[in-house]
Write a protein that binds this ligand. Structure first.
Ligand code: HEM
Length: 216
C-alpha cells in the first residue's frame, strides 16, 4: 500500500508540473519572434529555486516509475496464471489495464523530448539571439524547427493521447488510493480528472500542430 501512496502523491505532483509547463509554453503563441519565450527559458534555467525544483521533479519521475515497476512485478507474481473466469473488458476500463503500456509510451516520449529541448538548453548547442542588447539562447528557434518535421509532430500527438488516457485513470485512482473518495464527491473528482486530462493534453498537442500547419 505504501508504494501506491507514493505513486499517487508523485503522480499528482507531476500533474502540477504539467500545468506550470503548459502555461509557460503558451508563450510560444506570443507572436513576438520568440522573445518572451526565450527570456522565460533563461529565467527557468538560471533561477536557483527552479533549478532545485528540477531535482525534485526528477525524483518525482524516478519514484513514480520505480514503484510502478515494483507493483506490476508484484501483481504478476501474485497471480501468474490469471483468474479462470475473468472478463477484464467487462469490469475494468481499457486505460486501467494498460497503465504500464501508456506509461512506457510517455517515458519514450519524455526521453526524446528532453534530448531535443532540455539537454541543449542546459548543456549548450543552441544558436544565440540578441534581445534588447542581451544575448540569449534561441530555444524558440529549436521549438519552431522541430515542429516543422511531420514525424516529430506525430510523436507528440500520439504521446499526448497516451498521456490523456494515463491521466484519466491515474487521477481518480490516486484519489481512491489516498482515501479521498466519497459517494458524494467521487463523481465530481472523476469529472474533474477527466476534464483536467483532456484540457492539458489538448493544450500540449496543439503546440506542435500549430507550428506544423500555421507557421511555415
Ligand atoms: C508540445 C508540448 C511541449 C513543448 C513545446 C515543450 C517544451 C519544452 C522545452 C522548450 C523544454 C526545455 C525548457 C528549458 O530547459 O528551459 C522542456 C522541458 C521539459 N519538458 Fe516539455 N514541452 C512540451 C510537452 C511536455 C510534456 C507533455 C511533458 C511531460 C509529459 C514535458 C516534460 C518536460 C520536462 C520534464 C522538462 C524538463 C524540466 C524543465 O525544463 O522544466 N514536456 N519542454
Amino acid at each position: 500500500m505504501g508504494r501506491k501512496i507514493v505513486m499517487s502523491i508523485t503522480g499528482l505532483f507531476l500533474c502540477s508540473f504539467l500545468v506550470v509547463h503548459l502555461i509557460g509554453n503558451l508563450q510560444l503563441f506570443n507572436n513576438d519572434g520568440g522573445e518572451a519565450f526565450n527570456i522565460y527559458s533563461r529565467f527557468m534555467g538560471t533561477n536557483p529555486i527552479i533549478r532545485t525544483m528540477e531535482f525534485v521533479l526528477l525524483a518525482g519521475f524516478a519514484f513514480h516509475i520505480y514503484d510502478a515497476l515494483v507493483l506490476t512485478r508484484r501483481n504478476k507474481a501474485a497471480r501468474p496464471i490469471g483468474y479462470a473466469n475473468n472478463h477484464p473488458e467487462q469490469n475494468s476500463t481499457w486505460s486501467s489495464r494498460n497503465m504500464g503500456l501508456l506509461g512506457t509510451v510517455i517515458l519514450v516520449f519524455l526521453i526524446i523530448h528532453l534530448w531535443n529541448f532540455f539537454v541543449p538548453a542546459r548543456f549548450g548547442g543552441l544558436e544565440g539571439v540578441v534581445i534588447d542588447d542581451v544575448e540569449y539562447e534561441n530555444l524558440y528557434l529549436r521549438v519552431v524547427e522541430s515542429f516543422q518535421v511531420w514525424w516529430y509532430v506525430a510523436i507528440y500527438v500520439v504521446a499526448m493521447f497516451a498521456l490523456a488516457y494515463h491521466l484519466i485513470h491515474g487521477f481518480q485512482s490516486a484519489f481512491q488510493t489516498l482515501g479521498l473518495d466519497h459517494k458524494k464527491y467521487t463523481p465530481f473528482i472523476q469529472m474533474f480528472g477527466y476534464a483536467f486530462s483532456v484540457i492539458v493534453c489538448f493544450g500540449f498537442a496543439i503546440i506542435p500542430l500549430y507550428f506544423f500547419f500555421f507557421f511555415r
